[in-house]
Design a protein. Structure first.
Length: 228
């Protein structure tokens, strides 16, 4: 899943980004409101962590602008991060279109839990444990198993599998995977998606099981199986 962290406190933004990348998210940064809006218009982010008080354009104005624009994909979830803790401030932010509100200072585990909650797209993934066929992925423990056998994945492989498991049976193009699993530093002209999908497929093919990821020639990739 791809996240935009927006905060004019550069050190704080970078610290949040480091923590989220360790959990397997693809993370981009913006340090003022106009930069955030420009990036949100170009990239289909899954979630935006949005500070309110910023130069050039505040977070509430950015949120209103994002909500007012049409989206070809599902619009991003917006988590406001701010030192403003009055009830009126929280209500105003939610009315502007934010999905959740976290007051600074905050503990990173709480931020991580809020993000996991916002990223759950349907009732089938209402907890931290995702199941498709005999594959289990625990978003909180960052653990994966197939047919009860633990599987060790890198952060990027984990993020890729999580994205597949959010929409099993759906053909997902290489371009969509680049948009949602890799950050803005990824080179779209390399074979990084193909290589990572291939490695993930091999790791998930444990003894006595079939490869769970299918290549659909000319279209992309599909995770086989149903949500359990």
């Amino acid at each position: 899943m791809r996240i935009l962290v927006v905060d004019d406190e550069v050190e704080l933004a970078e610290a949040i980004a480091r923590g989220l990348r360790r959990e397997g998210y693809a993370v981009d940064l913006a340090h003022d409101g106009e930069e955030a809006l420009d990036k949100a218009r170009l990239t289909p982010y899954d979630l935006i962590c949005m500070d309110i008080t910023m130069p050039r354009m505040d977070g509430r104005a950015v949120t209103r602008a994002i909500r007012a624009e049409p989206h070809h994909d599902e619009p991003p979830r917006i988590l406001m991060l701010t030192a403003r803790d009055e009830v009126t401030d929280r209500v105003a932010g939610l009315d502007d279109g934010a999905d959740d509100y976290l007051v600074k200072p905050f503990a990173f585990p709480e931020l991580s839990a809020r993000i996991r909650t916002l990223m759950r797209r349907d009732a089938a993934s209402s907890g931290s444990l995702l199941r498709v066929g005999d594959i289990e992925l625990d978003t909180a423990a960052h653990a994966v198993s197939r047919a009860g056998v633990p599987i060790s994945l890198t952060s990027k492989e984990f993020a890729l599998l999580r994205y597949f498991m959010a929409q099993p049976g759906v053909v997902i193009s290489q371009e969509e995977l680049l948009d949602h699993v890799w950050d803005e530093n990824a080179d779209p002209f390399t074979n990084t998606v193909r290589v990572t999908v291939g490695t993930l497929r091999r790791k998930l093919t444990v003894d006595g099981t079939d490869a769970p990821i299918e290549t659909v020639i000319g279209a992309g990739y599909r995770l086989l199986g149903n949500i359990a």
